[in-house]
Design a protein around this ligand. Structure first.
Ligand SMILES: NC(=O)c1ccc[n+]([C@@H]2O[C@H](COP(=O)([O-])OP(=O)(O)OC[C@H]3O[C@@H](n4cnc5c(N)ncnc54)[C@H](O)[C@@H]3O)[C@@H](O)[C@H]2O)c1
Length: 326
């Protein structure tokens, strides 16, 4: 990358890993910022930007999940500093030019080529320590990118192949990630799937599911991967009649019988592997459903099925209760 002054980024929980990265960088590391948190609050972004400037950093090394990569992106957005990303979850942010910053309870996202990491290092061993519950929900978060990629308004046949391959790899990995005995091949499959699904997210536009999850995450501070896991079956059920080919591809990638809908297949994958299935479990209050609906309806965006108030409220209510989709 031609850089000599790296600022290493991490969450407080992953400080040990960041320290190891910093040691390996030797005198090319100028410091560690260890305050990355979910959804990139504006204040955190400002602190990290100021530190990068004070230390004269010429690149950021983001080691961690989507929150850490997201913090790197917030720095790059303003300063143009190149990012080297070392992902340790399956969120896929490292493959996208999408950034998100949360200010005053509203998460704003955008696309900018400057925030796309220049280099990504995928090492399955770094994901061995990801707790089982987060491994499962993070993998389903990745499936969500591919699932919406399959009905993206700007999709294409190559993206469809990558999406189907990504869903299949993650679908194979999830039950093995949950096993008591550690299965390195499952971690390998999951990271391979995460790369494919993250690439899909980076190339085509997302729809209803991602919009709902941004709203729920940014405005109600719900955990990212778990929220994706709960909402995805219901977003797929909402869009099923308008995107039948995408649903067939999801069914066959997950290897389910054609009588099991894509929505139910994803629900069963989550439920069968111990993941949360309701927004209630994640701490949302029932009265917040209406507010979430209003925010989600504020901007129009492409979606296979038109956005309609009553059916969307029903979707949110189903997700709140954790019902198996119809
Ligand atoms: N811009 C994009 O393209 C994009 C894509 C996906 C996600 N995101 C964003 O990323 C954030 C969520 O990322 P996430 O789901 O990866 O969670 P995260 O980065 O918040 O990580 C969750 C927790 O797991 C810990 N962790 C991560 N990897 C670990 C490992 N291998 N071992 C032990 N602990 C580990 C982290 O330190 C943190 O405490 C959200 O803010 C979301 O909006 C952005």
């Amino acid at each position: 990358m031609g850089c000599n002054r790296a600022l290493v980024l991490c969450t407080p929980e992953q400080y040990g890993l960041a320290q190891r990265v910093s040691e390996l960088l030797g005198d090319k590391s100028v410091g560690i910022f260890d305050r990355a948190v979910m959804h990139v609050p504006l204040e955190t972004a400002q602190q990290a930007r100021a530190l990068a400037q004070d230390l004269g950093a010429d690149c950021a090394v983001a080691v961690g999940g989507g929150s850490t990569t997201g913090l790197g992106k917030a720095i790059a957005l303003e300063s143009g500093l190149p990012i080297l990303a070392i992902p340790t979850t399956y969120a896929g942010s490292e493959m996208t030019p999408i950034y998100g910053i949360t200010d005053n309870g509203l998460k704003k996202t955008g696309r900018d080529a400057r925030v796309l990491p220049r280099t990504v290092i995928y090492d399955p061993e770094l994901s061995y320590s990801l707790p089982v519950d987060l491994s499962v929900t993070s993998a389903i978060n990745a499936i969500a990118h591919a699932a919406e990629g399959l009905y993206a308004v700007d999709g294409n046949p190559i993206i469809d192949l990558m999406a189907a391959e990504g869903i299949a790899a993650l679908g194979r990995a999830i039950p093995r990630l949950k096993q008591q005995t550690h299965v390195p091949e499952a971690r390998h499959d999951a990271l391979y799937g995460a790369w494919l699904c993250g690439s899909v997210l980076g190339h085509v536009g997302m729809a209803l599911h991602h919009k709902l999850c941004h709203t729920l995450g940014g405005s109600f501070n719900l955990p990212h991967a778990q929220t994706h896991t709960v909402v995805l079956p219901h977003a797929l059920a909402y869009n099923a009649s308008a995107a039948p080919l995408a649903m067939q591809r999801i069914q066959s990638a997950l290897g389910v019988h054609s009588t099991v809908s894509a929505a139910r297949a994803v629900y069963d994958l989550a439920h069968g592997n111990g993941a949360p299935t309701s927004l209630r479990e994640l701490g949302l209050q029932e009265q917040d459903l209406h507010k979430a609906l209003e925010i989600a309806l504020q901007n129009q965006y492409p979606n296979p099925r038109p956005l309609m108030r009553e059916p969307l409220l029903a979707l949110l209510q189903d997700a709140f209760e954790g019902r198996r989709p119809h």
